[in-house]
Design a protein around this ligand. Structure first.
Ligand code: SF4
Length: 57
């Protein structure tokens, strides 16, 4: 089963980040509404099961 760390939307946290912890990252997802394109960010862990927006790196 695919996991978040295999997805191109997964960005691992850096050790200098305040909330750094092993395996933590952010999911940056492109969104589009009628006016503009934007990104949403949510915290994820690298071993979480992939969601339906998974895109292979
Ligand atoms: S939550 Fe979905 S889109 Fe985000 S990193 Fe994980 S698999 Fe990718």
């Amino acid at each position: 089963m695919a996991v978040c760390k295999e997805c191109k939307n997964f960005k691992p946290l850096k050790q200098s980040d305040l909330d750094y912890a092993e395996g933590k990252g952010d999911c940056f997802l492109p969104q589009q509404d009628e006016k503009c394109k934007y990104w949403t960010l949510r915290p994820v862990k690298e071993d979480m099961p992939a969601c339906d927006r998974f895109e292979k790196k």
